[in-house]
Unconditional design. Structure first.
Length: 189
């Protein structure tokens, strides 16, 4: 898989094996702190790191919405209030390109959410290794990095609800709508 050059970042190339193993690592960490179909919010940035995050979260059996860093903090807080995530993955490039999560959003998270897993800076390095960011002087993925070749063993079926999308609400507040795998099931088998 090739991530094309954008802004100040060079083109990067990864094998499917590297992406699969990186997503397994993240998936094992996520699975260790959530229940199936809990929500894991991604502070997102388009690129291969987002592919790894989405795959890892889906492999853990979680539901995922994205939190676009270009949205104003008040809008991000509404999405967090609606989604009520149990975990959050911050893609390092999102903070590099769009800035850190705002203090307003951090205050909302601290006051209203009980995040069980936080990955502060997910990044797939050029050699295919994955880092999650420093927590208490250690990379958050250090305890699970050896699990890259291990499947998560989470059963996902047509009634699983991996996506959470936001639609405009009747009271000017977005509503969260969970999707199902069912619509894709006819393509596999």
């Amino acid at each position: 898989m090739v991530e094309t050059r954008a802004g100040g970042t060079p083109e990067r190339s990864f094998t499917y094996k590297q992406i699969n193993e990186a997503s397994n690592i993240l998936g094992h960490l996520v699975k260790s702190g959530i229940q199936t179909e809990d929500v894991v919010m991604i502070y997102s940035h388009r690129g291969v790191d987002l592919v790894v995050a989405v795959m890892g979260i889906l492999k853990a059996g979680a539901t995922l919405p994205g939190l676009d860093p270009v949205y104003p903090p008040d809008r991000q807080n509404i999405y967090l209030e609606v989604a009520k995530p149990s975990a959050q993955v911050v893609i390092a490039k999102a903070t590099q390109e769009a800035g850190e999560i705002s203090e307003t959003v951090r205050a909302f998270i601290s006051a209203n959410l009980k995040l069980r897993i936080e990955v502060p800076g997910l990044a797939l390095r050029g050699d295919g290794s994955l880092i999650g960011g420093d927590v208490a002087g250690r990379d958050v993925l250090a305890s699970v990095e050896h699990l890259g070749i291990s499947s998560l063993g989470v059963a996902v079926g047509p009634d699983s609800t991996p996506p959470l999308s936001f639609i405009s609400g009747s009271e000017e507040k977005p509503k969260g709508v969970r999707g199902r795998h069912f619509s894709l099931a006819c393509y596999f088998g």
